[in-house]
Design a protein around this ligand. Structure first.
Ligand code: PGA
Length: 248
């Protein structure tokens, strides 16, 4: 059985005042049936761990460098995220791929760095709207999966998030059939690489998940949770998504 995962990606949002949202999630949903994770900006990771307290709310980073240390001004090493208390790191988010030109090979190198530091890698992939319109969705997803996930993946060190670029922050989502098609394809792709162990890898859907659409998305085949951006910023909204996942 795969443990469902509700993951929040705060992106470049939040200051110390926002830590109260984590405190509320911890207080209200610490006993949830699903796993909970919040990925705040790096400046807040250590304080977020404190805000979560004893509650089982995981804290993750949003990116790391492929190198363990060195002259890389402004970057953060995976071991530094772990040292601050992070257990996971999002890698290959489409905003990183677009804003920083990250290739699949760059993402794969970061995944290896994350694993070396003992972090779980949450690898993101997804097609653009133009790619979907051209009928290339599964080809793009297959290429990103093959290129972004290096050898060595296990049930314990990998989560994959399908995030159609055109659904992120737009309020638009794929149809449930379209989500199922990609998630079934991802499960099959992981199975051909990892064998039966692929059964344990969580597959998250991300892109405009909200309290109003969470339940129907969580009922889709091979959807094991969500990576939530905007709706993870407020405990009220994220809490409803956590509740929907716990009930799924
Ligand atoms: P969104 O972002 O929920 O605001 O669409 C999702 C993501 O980018 O992870």
């Amino acid at each position: 059985m795969r443990r469902k995962l509700a993951a929040g990606n705060w992106k470049m949002n939040g200051t110390r005042a926002s830590l109260a949202e984590i405190g509320r999630i911890a207080a209200d949903h610490g006993g949830a049936a699903c796993e909970i994770m919040i990925c705040p900006p790096a400046t807040l990771i250590a304080a977020a761990v404190t805000a979560a307290g004893d509650a089982p709310v995981r804290i993750g980073g949003q990116d790391c460098h492929a190198r363990a240390s060195g002259a890389h001004t402004g970057d953060i090493a995976a071991a530094q995220l772990a040292d601050a208390g992070a257990s996971h790191v999002i890698l290959g988010h489409s905003e990183r791929r677009a804003d920083h030109g990250e290739s699949d090979a760059d993402v794969a190198a970061k995944v290896l760095a994350a694993w070396s530091a003992g972090l779980v890698a949450v690898v993101c992939l997804g097609e653009t709207e133009a790619e979907r319109d051209r009928g290339e969705t599964l080809a793009v997803i297959g290429r990103q999966l093959a290129g972004s996930v290096p050898e060595g993946a296990t049930t314990a060190n990998l989560v994959v998030a399908y995030e159609p670029v055109w659904a992120i922050g737009t309020g638009r989502t794929p149809t449930l059939d379209q989500i199922a098609e990609v998630h079934d394809f991802l499960r099959a792709g992981l199975t051909s690489r990892l064998g039966p162990a692929a059964d344990g890898v969580r597959l998250l859907y991300g892109g405009s998940v909200k309290p109003s659409n969470a339940s129907e998305i969580f009922a889709v085949s091979n959807v094991d949770g969500a990576l939530v951006g905007g709706a993870s910023l407020k405990a009220e909204d994220f809490g409803q998504i956590i509740a929907a996942l716990s009930a799924a």
